[in-house]
Design a protein around this ligand. Structure first.
Ligand SMILES: *Cc1c(COP(=O)(O)O)cnc(C)c1O
Length: 354
């Protein structure tokens, strides 16, 4: 039976990407060898890496603007440390919008002064702080564009002269932004780009080389830039699938095209949450995420019925994160509109039963 995959991550990828990726595991483009059994220094793989790096910059409109794209190991979680290692000389600012920001703050504190510039912790992160001022003496300001667990998303980024670092793990390539406002962007592949194992880092070259500490090679962006993201064996399969997904997105019309689809999917579910008294949304309306819709059931007596109806319809992965409870429907780029339609139909059917 066909499943509707609302998983928060690792998550759904485009069908044709999965088909091509499966084929390449057996044999890459008719070369008589598998993608995962050839040298990463072979022309075939170097071409894949180059293509992945240039597609990332192209989709973000950052070509020729002094940025480099890297595909590194260690997940977004290693970037919590690596950003601070490379950029935090004296003091950095963090906006605390939930679990992932808190983890980033914890790592940065190992290396320097960290100020929490703003936080929404007092309301268990159900909104995005706004109107805060950014101290001008920061080495950088760190933001999390989309809070996967709480279902909030930054709609307007602060205007500041301080370099901006942003964890875009769960909304990379999902909406149009002026990416040139950011000095460093990172994203674990497994939310909206590919399988786990690769992390995209897009870094403006001129912010590197300014800290006084010695940086271990594997943690040094400059070394990865110089080695064209091949300092050591890259996660070849994850890079390949990410490249295919970016190509899929480009063929679809790029971020502008997917943003329109993502908005339609999100509107469909949020209007149901608003109109249907059986459900209530978790995130503040103006901060709701296009990617992760978080909601609760207002009448606990209906929970079992709802869960059974979802199961029977093949809906998978909508349980909320353990720290929030309730439900979370993740609607990443590859999730078809049809899947959201199936979920919304069940929600309105439940109202009639209630
Ligand atoms: C999932 C997630 C992470 C953690 O990613 P890993 O690749 O597992 O380290 C970090 N930040 C955000 C916003 C996430 O959604």
């Amino acid at each position: 039976m066909k499943k509707h995959n609302f998983s928060a991550g690792p998550c759904i990828l485009p069908k044709e990407v999965m088909q091509k990726a499966s084929d390449a595991v057996l044999e890459l483009d008719g070369i008589g060898l598998s993608l995962i059994e050839i040298s990463h220094r072979s022309k075939e793989f170097v071409d894949i890496m180059d293509k992945a790096r240039s597609l990332a910059l192209e989709l973000m409109g950052l070509e020729g603007k002094g940025y480099q794209a890297l595909f590194l190991h260690g997940g977004a979680s290693l970037q919590f440390l690596m950003t601070a290692y490379n950029l935090l000389d004296k003091k950095a600012g963090y906006v605390n919008t939930g679990t992932w920001s808190q983890k980033a703050i914890k790592e940065a504190r190992l290396l320097g002064d960290v100020v929490e510039v703003a936080s929404s912790q007092e309301q268990n992160f159900n909104y995005i702080p706004k109107g805060y001022s950014v101290p001008s003496d920061l080495d950088y300001l760190h933001l999390t564009s989309n809070n996967t667990i709480f279902g909030t998303q930054i709609k307007e980024f602060p205007e500041t002269n301080v370099p901006l670092v942003c964890d875009m793990s769960s909304d990379i390539f999902s909406r149009q932004l002026d990416f040139s406002k950011f000095d460093l962007i990172y994203a674990g592949a497994q939310k909206n780009m590919g399988p786990a194992g690769a992390t995209l880092v897009v870094v403006k070259e001129d912010i590197l080389g300014k800290v006084s500490r010695k940086i271990p090679s594997m943690l040094d962006y400059s070394i990865h830039v110089k080695q064209e993201s091949m300092f050591n064996t890259p996660p070849v399969f994850a890079v390949y699938v990410s490249m295919l997904t970016m190509q899929w997105l480009k063929d679809l019309g790029g971020i502008a095209a997917i943003e329109e689809i993502n908005e339609r999917k999100a509107n469909l579910i949020y209007s149901e949450i608003e109109l249907n008294p059986v459900f209530s949304g978790y995130a503040a309306k103006e901060d709701r995420s296009l990617m992760n819709a978080t909601f609760n059931i207002t009448d606990d007596a209906l929970k079992d019925t709802f869960d059974t109806m979802c199961k029977d319809a093949g809906i998978s992965g909508i349980n909320g994160h353990r720290s929030v409870g309730g439900y979370r429907a993740s609607m990443y780029n590859a999730l078809p509109m049809e899947s959201v339609g199936v979920l919304v139909d069940i929600m309105s059917e439940l109202e009639k039963k209630g």
